[in-house]
Design a protein around this ligand. Structure first.
Ligand code: G4P
Length: 530
């Protein structure tokens, strides 16, 4: 295969940033883009205060409606690498898409607010990273504010998330007193001065640990504290082990402040060295080598309703091997059809544009006339294989849904099925009855509103929703488990998916374990197989 293709693929780094809302994910992304020269001034990725004009029309539509179900991908170049950042939407628009985005990433960056430690949303997203065994890097942000004790922060991560940590650098002071970071392998200290507004970074300087000028800059007290902490750290923390990092069992930790741009570039440089180019992926023919000559990709997200009149959709796919050329003929495995992907597009910085070529590691969005489903494989004609499917993630909110006008049964069933196919909602039924009663499960409550809105506007069906108190769901792994013999708890309900697979939902989390104890041999899973 062409050297050029291999070189392009080797340059790729594709990762997701996960965090709890407000930990600083957007700010950090902005700073990354700044280093990549993709934007000139920070503050324009999300642009809370400013406008968001660069995005295309369908996002405008979403904006008008006040709902955003989009997670975007940003590509930029830095230091000889071609970097794809997958944004995992947070806040109220947390949905299954947020989880699925992680299926397309080769590694994850976890941003933690130094004054808060591990928070709920991070915990959820982290679980998906663990399931995939991808490397997880920790950036402890907001060190320019009063932070928790550094050792306690690490302890919190280890205990809460069950992953070993290895600080690559160590902060000197925090809050107004945050002076810089000490790098443990080189024994060098990088100090920072405040960033002038609008500039890329404050003045940074590098010192050897025993340089008297360092002490003059950071002060004797900070210096002594640093020496003490480093000694303690060297005795107590796990050693850096690239192998464990690659397996997702050890998280390298960095400290900094995205807002004032302290420690961001240091992080980026280390991160790029410690992560790999696109990883092989499992398929039914075994692992597929990303450097293989043949193009292949899988669909991880479907963005519906670009154009209401046509029910357009965009299917986002992660390229897993080879090179994609616009207009090339490919094979859609699940649809058993040859096709040409039309209007392939990519987000470069903030601009959506049509791409002519893309490589393993890249994400492209293609026009979908309604043929793709989440998890589908696209490959070269004559080279048929399928990538491992994307799991179904546990919904946390449930509602019973019925149509108001019983005459509209057909539209209702069609609409709800199509929306489920896009992966915005999951549909279930009562265990013992048919389709009359539908139970909808969602990961984020906003999806209920999206469902109602879309059924009314696209399918002309008005629905009534009754929210249910259940919050926990488990799939039953044992095939042929006798559901009539299952002894549950009083807050438990048996349901089934559309294929008839049984599931259990509970109001209280402790009932899950109780159910498990009452039914020996019952194997429950937090992820479903689609
Ligand atoms: P998110 O995407 O994870 O939700 O967080 P985002 O970057 O939007 O940051 C949330 C808030 O935290 C923002 O303030 C942002 O300026 C601030 N922030 C991010 N990184 C740092 C940091 O390193 N230090 C400090 N002190 N603050 C930080 P905001 O007031 O909510 O928004 P804005 O009006 O400043 O945009």
């Amino acid at each position: 295969m062409g050297n050029n293709i291999t070189n392009e693929i080797k340059k790729r780094r594709t990762f997701a940033i996960i965090s709890h809302p407000d930990a600083g994910k957007t700010t950090l992304t902005e700073k990354f883009l700044l280093y990549g020269g993709a934007i000139n001034l920070a503050g324009s990725v999300k642009g809370k205060a400013t406008s968001r004009h660069a995005v295309s029309d369908w996002m405008e539509i979403e904006k008008e409606r006040g709902i955003s179900v989009t997670s975007s991908v940003l590509q930029f170049n830095y230091g000889g690498f071609c970097i794809n950042i997958l944004d995992t939407p947070g806040h109220q628009d947390f949905s299954e898409d947020t989880y699925r985005t992680l299926m397309a990433a080769d590694s994850a960056v976890m941003v933690i607010d130094a004054s808060k430690g591990v928070e709920a949303q991070t915990r959820k997203l982290f679980k998906v990273c663990v399931m995939r065994h991808i490397p997880i890097f920790t950036f402890i942000n907001k060190m320019d504010r009063d932070a928790n004790d550094t050792f306690e922060l690490l302890d919190d991560i280890e205990k809460e998330l069950g992953i070993a940590t290895c600080p690559v650098n160590w902060p000197i002071g925090s809050g107004k007193n945050f002076k810089g970071v000490y790098e443990r392998t080189s024994h060098k200290v990088t100090t920072f001065t405040d960033t002038e507004k609008g500039t890329k970074e404050g003045e940074t300087r590098e010192y050897d640990l025993d340089d008297p000028q360092l002490e003059a800059f950071i002060g004797t007290e900070n210096k002594e504290q640093l020496l003490e902490e480093v000694e303690l750290l060297d005795g107590a923390s796990a050693e850096f082990d690239q192998d464990l990092v690659s397996k997702g069992e050890l998280s390298p930790v960095f400290f900094g402040s995205a807002l004032t741009n302290f420690g961001v570039e240091i992080f980026l440089k280390h991160f790029l060295k410690m992560t790999s180019s696109p990883l092989p992926r499992n398929a039914d023919i075994g692992e597929v080598n990303p450097m293989s000559e043949d193009f292949s990709a899988f669909v991880f997200k479907i963005q519906a309703n670009m154009n209401k009149a046509h029910r357009d959709r965009i299917a986002f796919m992660r390229i897993c091997s080879g090179k994609f050329d616009a207009g090339m003929e490919v094979y859609h495995v699940q649809g058993e059809k040859k096709l040409r992907l039309s209007q392939p597009q990519q987000m470069m910085a903030q601009e959506r544009h049509i791409v002519d070529e893309a490589y393993a590691g890249d994400i492209i969005g293609v026009f979908d006339p309604g043929i793709f489903s989440i998890g589908d494989t696209i490959c070269m004609p004559g080279k048929k294989f399928a990538y491992e499917g994307i799991p179904t993630f546990a919904p946390e909110h449930f509602a019973r849904v019925r149509q108001v006008d019983t005459m509209k049964r057909k539209q209702f069933v069609k609409g709800i099925n199509q929306i489920a196919q896009e992966g915005a909602i999951q549909i279930f039924q009562e265990f013992n009855t048919g389709m009359e009663e539908i139970i909808v499960g969602v990961v984020g409550v906003l999806q209920f509103e999206v469902l109602k809105y879309r059924l009314e506007n696209e399918y002309n069906v008005e629905i009534r929703m009754e929210t249910l108190p259940y919050e926990h769901i488990r799939w039953i792994e044992n095939k042929d488990y006798d559901m009539t013999k299952l002894i549950g708890t009083s807050d438990m309900k048996k349901i089934k998916d559309l294929k008839g697979n049984p599931l259990l939902i509970w109001v209280n989390s402790w009932s899950i374990r109780m159910t498990q104890e009452r039914n020996e041999g019952l194997v429950l899973s937090e992820f479903g197989r689609s």
